[in-house]
Ligand binder design. Structure first.
Ligand code: GLN
Length: 444
């Protein structure tokens, strides 16, 4: 794990620890006897960059069981192994507005409303179970998968596992109900055991920050470089986290904090800002929704002060494209030069398309310079190609500078073909954006 150098970020996180450290409201989850014994004063904050550098403070090396924070990862693994269709037959993606342990099922199909509540997570865990009657359902796949997200082999807290299993009356009844609806098809006891063990996987706040960074980084574990899940799956998982991750507090959370997140009764909250960062808090006292009291406060404050709300309106097109008219000089013709910078998406590429269309016929050549572009998504590949074509059609000479081959290796205007529209492939993790090597140029 990369230790980030000490910067003002550490000072800021230390300040939050001091500011909220005295708040002892809320209560530790006690329906799992072993969790009731957790030290309620523990408090950690970890903030990960997408390159795997983690800033952290407080009890950041202290281990705890992952509990419900495992749910988005296991949902991701089910999508990865089985594809979207099979998963959608088992679980819906609608917010339930109910507490996490409610039997919230769709009336017609009996599917749990979403994979972030216990009923949904039990059903999803069941999907990963092999047909060989293994003692622990899909646990082996889950354990291996979660370790891949974290970038290290994770342990299991046997005492918490035994303790929860011995008192899992409610989850047992949920699993049996799901079995009666044929949503769980195998042995319900096996699914219950596997799911309970999934919740007992041990992590630190820094581990969770790395797991969050893997999601923020499009499914690529920043340190091992492994593409654990594909980008379309990350998108699906983050969407479900945004709408369902904080249970019956999910709507309020999205409006106030605006970071897709998942909480657990261990007292952790894990937030993911796509392309930017992972944020994790750990503090075991919970509010009435089952979310960490101090964690919610820290998230609200960081989101506000660091401008992390997902719906914050940013002007990406302005920064992505710069246009300059270079007048004729001795020995070289006038040119309209367009510099594309950073990661180009719809807004930047549309801006380029329009600016080139507004040029009209003229003597000067048109230069599209992608030297400082970092990545192009499919729509921006198409629009940039079209921008070059339209300049040619009005008689301009066009020069494209694309040293990293972001347009797909076609660097002369004559033999450009339109890039294929890439359909998200749910099972195959090979889909990725064309990416250049200029890591530093990627603005966040
Ligand atoms: N293992 C816990 C349960 O199933 C997880 C719940 C949670 O973290 N919200 O009840």
């Amino acid at each position: 794990m990369t230790a980030a150098p000490h910067t003002v970020v550490e000072d800021y996180l230390d300040g939050l620890l001091t500011r909220y450290g005295d708040d002892d409201s809320g209560a530790v989850a006690d329906y799992i006897p072993q969790l009731a014994a957790a030290d309620p004063t523990r408090f950690a904050i970890a903030l990960s960059a997408v390159d795997g550098a983690v800033h952290s403070t407080g009890d950041d090396q202290c281990t705890f069981t992952i509990q419900s924070v495992s749910k988005p990862f296991v949902y991701a693994l089910a999508l990865h192994y089985l594809g979207r269709e099979a998963v959608a037959e088992t679980v819906d993606v609608e917010p339930s507005g109910d507490p996490f342990n409610e039997l919230s099922l769709e009336a017609e199909t009996g599917r749990p409303l979403n994979p972030m509540i216990n009923a949904g997570a039990l059903a999803v865990h069941g999907l990963l179970a092999p047909d060989d009657g293994a003692h622990l359902g899909g646990f082996a796949r889950v354990h291996e998968g979660l370790s891949a997200f974290a970038g290290r082999p994770l342990g299991v807290d046997e005492a918490v596992y035994e303790s929860e299993l011995a008192t899992a009356f409610r989850n047992r009844s949920l699993t049996n109900m799901l079995r009666s609806y044929d949503i769980v098809t195998g042995d319900p006891d096996q699914v219950l055991r596997g799911y309970t063990r999934q919740c007992a996987i041990e992590v630190t706040a820094r581990d969770l920050a790395m797991m969050a960074a893997t999601l923020a980084n499009g499914g690529v574990q920043p340190l091992t470089g492994e593409q654990v899940i594909s980008r379309p799956i990350v998108r699906e998982v983050l969407s479900v986290m945004a709408t369902c991750g904080m249970y019956d507090g999910a709507g309020d959370w999205l409006a106030r904090v605006g970071i897709p997140a998942k909480s657990g009764v261990c007292g952790a909250i894990m937030g993911v800002l796509p392309g930017q960062a992972g944020l994790v808090t750990f503090s075991p006292r919970l509010d009435r929704h089952g979310n960490s009291v101090r964690g919610v406060q820290v998230f609200e404050r960081i989101s506000d002060e660091m401008g992390l709300h997902l719906m914050e309106v940013a002007p990406p097109a302005r920064g992505a494209v710069r246009h300059e008219h270079v007048p004729e000089t001795l020995g070289s013709r006038a040119a309209e030069v367009f510099w594309l910078q950073g990661s180009i998406h719809f807004a930047g590429a549309e801006n380029l398309l329009r600016s080139v269309a507004e040029l009209g016929p003229g003597e000067g050549k048109v230069v599209l310079d992608l030297t400082h572009a970092y990545s192009l998504n499919p729509v921006s590949q198409l629009f940039i190609t079209q921008a070059a074509r339209s300049a040619e059609e009005i008689g301009r000479d066009v020069e494209v500078i694309d040293p990293d081959g972001l347009l797909g290796g076609q660097d002369t205007a004559e033999d450009w073909t339109e890039p294929d529209w890439i359909e998200p492939d749910w099972v195959d993790p090979d889909w990725s954006e064309s990416e250049g090597t200029d890591q530093v140029a990627d603005p966040v």
